[in-house]
Structures are given as structure tokens and as C-alpha cells.
Design a protein around this ligand. Structure first.
Ligand SMILES: Cc1cc2nc3c(=O)[nH]c(=O)nc-3n(C[C@H](O)[C@H](O)[C@H](O)COP(=O)(O)O)c2cc1C
Length: 241
């Protein structure tokens, strides 16, 4: 297969609503999911999971939960990035273990720097991630507003902000996945048209998990792309200051 540049992959990618009947190679798709996990993400907490749907029964159920819209109905396989904010304690533990391994590998150790890095994980991260009561969130937001009058502060401390943090990072992973699929000549269509409760039930996920999107995968059919790619002119969205 001819190597393509990132720009070529980005330009090849379109939302393909009709995939052909040609099957796709699961191991190539899995490789693209491995690329997804290399996406930048908030504090490297990796609060995501990726469900690769290849089984006939599961595919049928997921397609129905996507209302059998064309991009789902014609997909050969589906990939579902899921946000798992509820796994923050486990992920934080893995991050700490990696940090300690890193310290141990360092030739010239710096106890002050190490303590600072550990304190970030031990003190600041739980402050951000633990489920806050309404009152705690309110007081934290009030504190931020007061401090923000005199100095620059991090303001996204509400429960809703936490969901955005998770969705944002997982969406970056989803984009890594779709561009990687384009690199190997495969097509995708991201979807937000689905019944999330049904999808979570099919995947055996708890209520606390959030579906980031459902991505239909395959090889474009002749009529698979619905029109030329429309984007606003760059001048309408680009601002140099
Ligand atoms: C978060 C998200 C949700 C989307 N949901 C759907 C969907 O449910 N069904 C669909 O056919 N396309 C869906 N799309 C595809 C968009 O309509 C498409 O990206 C947009 O029209 C631009 O076209 P392009 O991707 O070919 O450049 C979605 C895209 C994104 C990023």
C-alpha cells in the first residue's frame, strides 16, 4: 500500500454514509484504535475505552440503537469510543506507578521535583475528579471567582466541566482513529444519532460511562459520500491576533 501523508489522509477522510459490502480487516482497524490511544488527553488520565464491534449479533443491536441510519446500517464494523470518568482512581494509580518507574530510571534524581509531581497527582487530581456535592462545587466556583479578580485561575471546576474534559480528550482519540483509518484506505462516519442508554446496555457499561460517538467503518460505496465537502472560507474562521 502506498504511504500517504497526514494531509492526504485528512483530505481523504469524509463522512461515508454508504459503505460497500467489501469486508474490512479487523486487525487493521485494531491498529487504528491503537493510534487513537496515542491522542493527547487531559493530564494523561486516559479516561476512555474503545469498543470494536465485529460480532454479527452485537453489530445488529448497535445498528438498531443508531436507528439503522445509513452510516450504521451499511457499516462493516463499528467502533465506539467511551468516556470513563468513573475510572479515575484506577487511571490515577497507573499514572503514579509510571511516574515512580520514571523516577527510578532517572540517573540524577531531584527529590523536590519528584515531590511536586507526586503532589499534583495526590492532591490536585482528586480535587478535580472526585464527585463533588452541589455545595462543594458551588463553594469551589465561588472561591475561583473571588481569586480570579486578582490573578489568573483555572475556572472550569464544575461537574459539567468535568464531562467536557472527558468528552474533549476522547474526541481527540476518535479523530486520531478516523485519520488512521483514512491512512489505510478505510472509511468512517462519526455518529451522534443513537440511543445512548441502549448502547450502554448492549456493551454492559455502567450508567456513569458516556458514549462519545459511534463510528461506522468500511470501504466507501460509489454513492457513499453525499456531496462535495463544504467548509466556510478560511477567512471566516481564522483570526491572527
Ligand atoms: C460529533 C459528530 C456527530 C455526527 N453525527 C452524525 C450522525 O449521526 N449521522 C451522520 O450521518 N453523520 C454524522 N456526523 C457527520 C457530519 O455530518 C459530518 O462530519 C459533516 O457533515 C462534515 O462532513 P465531512 O465529515 O464529510 O467533512 C457527525 C459528525 C460528528 C463530528
Amino acid at each position: 500500500m502506498k504511504k500517504v501523508s497526514v494531509t492526504e489522509a485528512i483530505r481523504y477522510r469524509r463522512s461515508v454514509r454508504v459503505q460497500s459490502e467489501t469486508p474490512i480487516d479487523s486487525s487493521l482497524v485494531k491498529g487504528c484504535i491503537a493510534n487513537a490511544t496515542l491522542a493527547p488527553n487531559s493530564s494523561n488520565m486516559q479516561l476512555w475505552e474503545f469498543y470494536h464491534i465485529t460480532g454479527e449479533e452485537t453489530k445488529k443491536a448497535i445498528k438498531a440503537a443508531c436507528f439503522n441510519q445509513p452510516a450504521a446500517r451499511t457499516a462493516q464494523q463499528l467502533v465506539i469510543p467511551v468516556v470513563r470518568m468513573d475510572l479515575w482512581k484506577q487511571r490515577l494509580q497507573a499514572l503514579k506507578e509510571d511516574l515512580i518507574t520514571g523516577f527510578e530510571k532517572t540517573k540524577k534524581r531531584d527529590p523536590e521535583k519528584e515531590a511536586k509531581a507526586m503532589a499534583y497527582l495526590d492532591d490536585e487530581m482528586p480535587e478535580i475528579y472526585q464527585k463533588k456535592s452541589w455545595w462543594k462545587t458551588f463553594s469551589l466556583q465561588r472561591k475561583v471567582r473571588q481569586q480570579g479578580k486578582t490573578k489568573a485561575v483555572y475556572r472550569e471546576v464544575g461537574a459539567c466541566d468535568l464531562r467536557i474534559i472527558g468528552q474533549r480528550s476522547t474526541a481527540l482519540a476518535a479523530q486520531n482513529f478516523m485519520i488512521s483509518m483514512a491512512e489505510v484506505g478505510y472509511d468512517t462516519c462519526p455518529m451522534e444519532g443513537y440511543d445512548s442508554v441502549r448502547i450502554k446496555a448492549i456493551l454492559g457499561l455502567p450508567d456513569t460511562a458516556e458514549i462519545n460517538m459511534v463510528i461506522g467503518c468500511g470501504i466507501r460505496a460509489e454513492n457513499g459520500i453525499y456531496g462535495d465537502q463544504f467548509r466556510l472560507p478560511l477567512e471566516a474562521v481564522y483570526f491572527e491576533k
